[in-house]
Design a protein. Structure first.
Ligand code: IDP
Ligand code: MG
Length: 136
């Protein structure tokens, strides 16, 4: 049965700064994702705080929001069968040290905070996150 989904990817400041966006986008394309929409933006800390609200009680919340708003990012709507899980698979584990060989975070991640990409963790959150960046 077909299960076409959309998910939100963010190429984070550490990766944009190193000009890795084309390589990362090519990994999505090679893995069968369609890039439905994308834009390069530089968000405010207050916007990062809203985006990462689920993490507001975590000790790393402030640093995380500082970081996501520290430079340009690229937000991308990805579409594929089971896109949410498929994207999580090619991203690799949160900490690049634990990310499987060949995943985006294994190849490009620097550390647990500078881990190059964000990906939605559920279909419900994917919808919210896509709306956050792509509704006018
Ligand atoms: P995810 O990005 O793999 O979904 P989450 O647990 O949702 O991981 O955490 C969101 C982001 O917060 C991570 O991508 C990472 O940049 C950062 N983060 C997560 N855990 C830690 C930590 O223990 N220390 C510092 N930053 C962290
Ligand atoms: Mg997450």
């Amino acid at each position: 049965m077909s299960n076409l989904e959309q998910t939100l990817s963010i190429i984070k400041p550490d990766a944009v700064e190193r000009n890795l966006q084309e390589e990362i986008k090519n990994m999505f394309k090679k893995n069968g994702f369609n890039l439905i929409n994308e834009k390069k933006i530089h968000i405010l800390k207050s916007e990062a705080e809203q985006f990462y609200k689920v993490h507001e009680t975590k000790p790393f919340y402030n640093d995380l929001c500082e970081y996501l708003s520290s430079g340009p990012i690229i937000v991308i709507i990805l579409e594929k069968e089971n896109a949410v899980a498929e994207n999580r698979k090619i991203m690799g584990a949160t900490d690049p040290k634990n990310a499987d060989e060949g995943t985006i975070r294994n190849k490009y991640g620097i550390s647990i905070d500078k881990n190059s990409v964000h990906g939605s963790d559920s279909v419900e959150n994917a919808k919210k996150e896509i709306n956050f960046f792509f509704s006018n």
